[in-house]
Design a protein around this ligand. Structure first.
Ligand SMILES: Nc1ncnc2c1ncn2[C@@H]1O[C@H](COP(=O)(O)OP(=O)(O)OP(=O)(O)O)[C@@H](O)[C@H]1O
Length: 641
């Protein structure tokens, strides 16, 4: 009954809740407690997302909530195994445990919850194999297992008749994808070694059972001899392939030695370098996946030259030195022409990350200048239109923008050259390193970032009513050496085709924007609002896991604010400083206003900038704000992360 439900909730709070569950225990009924929902005097739903629950869930608590249909403990810090007494909650339909640190095998207790419809175990430390007994869950519509340590293959007979949502990305899974799951798109299987539809087809021999004499062979004599024949044949084929490869390899080595000798004898010409040496790198480059944008960029030693050389030699018109020289970097305004295309081609480069519009590289020129080069893909406007639009981008000049210095345009290759921002992106800063040694981002830093970004976007909007950024998100908010904010990537949305993957920007995109090219200033304001909420909550809006039945960051924030959990919504690093909570709430409200459903209800970027200035101004007037002990006085401190 309700009394035992109440006792169970209090036991849960005592075990994992700490100070974060501000339930009023003077109230006899728990039904009005935040996150608790009742029907017919029993607790039927418990939703405690992102409230810093931590520790192991003990056995003997949740099992008392026998009428529970929804349990959401997502985005907490719960550890250990899922308690086995959950089996007593036989009415359970929705179980959201994503974003915790649960470990061990996928718990057997789940298989005894036959009514489960939504099961989300993503972003935990679950290990072991995906058990076939999951098939017991015949009503399952959602199964999210991504970002765990699951191993082995997916059982071939795994089948859920009603499954609508499925994801096993980023696990150490291998083998072939079962037929019943082949209708899902590649995004359900990213970061695994799985094969077969919708991914690349499996190497054929993987599916061939080992031909063991005395088993299948015996049942049918004919088959047996056929198998043996096949075996012999393939043996001969293998020998042929090996000999062929060795000969081929020797031939190539001989050719390379010959070529090297020749080039050494000749006076070396740079264009030859590009054509002969860089070309093979191009292929290497093409196959190597770029590291994730957030991980700070790992040096791969690939050369930008490889990319650009591909463009020049790949155009089919002979490529040669004359043509390469004819193509020039076009510089903007009074940007000093301290380097030319050849310098860029010779620069050593590393991949910074792959984005919507292409891949970004850090290139270190021989003279020491460091630039960021963006290699655009899917540009589908005419050369004239490209030049016009890019000239407009290059003409933008403001302290809060990353300057576009130059561009290169050919049929096959479009390069944009920006100033390199050594401190990386806000995205990396917020979500990069959560471990020890990270210096917390306090209110002072976060509000300054908000203001800098607002100024940059406001400037872009001031260039004309039709001018917008089009792709505001935390990976496009970059930081200089002295941690000043620079907005990047503006104006590119109009250059690319509709095929451009919408997923990456999905969490930021305004509801009315159905085609990523049809951006507007009001849509920018929406994205900016999401950015503010990201800054304050510390939660990445693109995180697939906010996606509890399609909840995005603005709606998640609103659901929490509605339940009067204001202080729980903020990033833990911000909750340290109660003296500015009021201002944090104001900025949160501004974020929510910006992310209004209807474009006309959103403020203009100038209004947004003014409001942020006011909020920061009042914060600054509060005595202890600048002197609080854990405030960061020296910006360099947080380079230790
Ligand atoms: N000028 C720059 N200086 C330093 N890092 C940069 C620069 N431009 C981009 N980056 C970083 O390189 C990575 C890839 O950037 P890119 O803009 O190509 O993709 P993105 O921001 O992830 O997505 P999108 O293409 O949608 O903007 C990101 O981590 C970004 O922060």
């Amino acid at each position: 009954d309700l009394t035992s439900d109440r006792a169970a909730l209090l036991a849960l709070r005592a075990a994992v809740g700490g100070r974060t569950l501000l339930w009023n225990v003077n109230q006899q009924s728990p039904c009005s407690w935040a996150g608790v929902q009742c029907e017919s005097n029993r607790v039927t739903a418990l939703r405690l997302p992102g409230v810093a629950l931590s520790g192991d869930l003990p056995n003997g608590i949740l099992g008392n909530l026998t009428e529970l249909r929804t349990l959401s403990l997502r985005f907490n810090m719960l550890t250990g195994q899922i308690p086995s007494d959950l089996a007593l909650c036989t009415n359970m339909r929705n179980l959201y445990l994503q974003g915790n640190k649960f470990s061990g095998q996928i718990p057997e207790v789940l298989f005894s919850l036959p009514d489960l419809v939504r099961l989300n175990l993503a972003s935990n430390n679950f290990s072991g194999e995906i058990p076939l007994s999951l098939n017991n869950l015949t009503r399952l519509r959602t199964l999210f297992l991504e970002d765990n340590q699951l191993t082995g293959s997916i059982p071939a007979d795994l089948n859920f008749p009603k499954l609508e949502q499925f994801n096993v990305s980023n696990n150490q899974l291998n083998g072939s994808i079962p037929d019943s799951l082949q209708a899902f798109t590649t995004t359900s299987f990213l970061g695994t070694s799985l094969c077969g539809k919708p991914l690349k087809s499996c190497p054929e021999d993987i599916n061939l059972p080992p031909a063991e004499p005395g088993t299948g062979d015996q049942s049918n004599g004919n088959n047996g001899t056929e198998n043996k024949k096949k075996k012999k044949l393939s043996g001969a084929a293998v020998a042929g392939i090996v000999i062929g490869s060795v000969l081929g390899f020797l031939l190539i080595v001989a050719l390379v030695i010959l070529l090297c000798r020749r080039t050494r004898n000749k006076k070396t010409s740079r264009s030859m370098d590009i054509a002969t040496i860089k070309q093979p790198e191009t292929e290497l480059w093409a196959e190597k996946p770029a590291p994730e944008a957030e991980n700070g960029g790992v040096s791969n030693g690939y050369s930008v030259a490889a990319a650009a050389a591909a463009a020049m030699t790949g155009s089919g018109k002979g490529g040669g030195a004359a043509e390469a020289n004819a193509k020039k970097l076009v510089f903007f305004g009074n940007s000093a022409r301290v380097f030319d295309l050849e310098d860029l081609l010779r620069a050593s480069a590393e991949v910074l990350g792959k984005g919507t519009f292409g891949t970004a590289y850090k290139a270190v020129l021989e003279v020491g200048t460091v630039v960021a080069v963006k290699r655009l893909k899917d540009v589908n406007v005419s050369a004239k239109e490209f030049k016009e639009k890019i000239e407009a981008v290059g003409a933008m000049d403001h302290d809060s923008l990353v300057p576009l210095r130059a561009y290169y345009y050919s049929i096959d290759e479009k390069l944009l050259v920006y100033d390199y921002m050594p401190m990386g992106s806000l995205s990396a800063l917020l979500h990069g390193n959560k471990g020890a040694g990270r210096t917390p981002l306090n209110w002072q830093i976060r509000s300054a970032v908000a203001l800098g970004a607002a100024r940059g976007v406001e400037y872009i909007h001031s260039r004309g009513p039709m001018v917008s950024h089009g792709n505001i998100k935390s990976s496009n908010i970059l930081l200089t050496q002295s941690y000043e904010v620079r907005v990047s990537d503006f104006g590119l949305a109009h250059l690319v085709g509709p095929s451009t993957t919408p997923n990456r920007v999905a969490g930021y995109r305004a509801p009315e924007v159905t085609d990523p090219r049809k951006v507007s200033q009001k849509a920018d304001v929406y994205s900016f609002g999401v950015l503010l909420l990201e800054l304050l909550t510390g939660k990445a809006p693109t995180h697939a896991l906010l996606n509890e039945e399609g909840v995005d960051l603005p709606r998640w924030v609103q659901s929490i604010v509605r339940e009067e959990w204001n202080s729980e919504v903020f990033d833990l690093e911000l909750q340290r400083d109660p003296s500015v909570e009021e201002d944090m709430v104001k900025l949160l409200q501004l974020g929510i206003d910006c992310a209004a459903q209807y474009p006309n209800n959103r403020p203009s970027m100038s209004e947004v900038r003014i409001q942020i200035e006011e909020i920061i101004h009042t914060s600054g007037q509060k005595g202890q704000f600048l002197q609080a002990p854990d405030q960061i006085s020296n910006a360099d401190d947080f380079s230790s992360r």
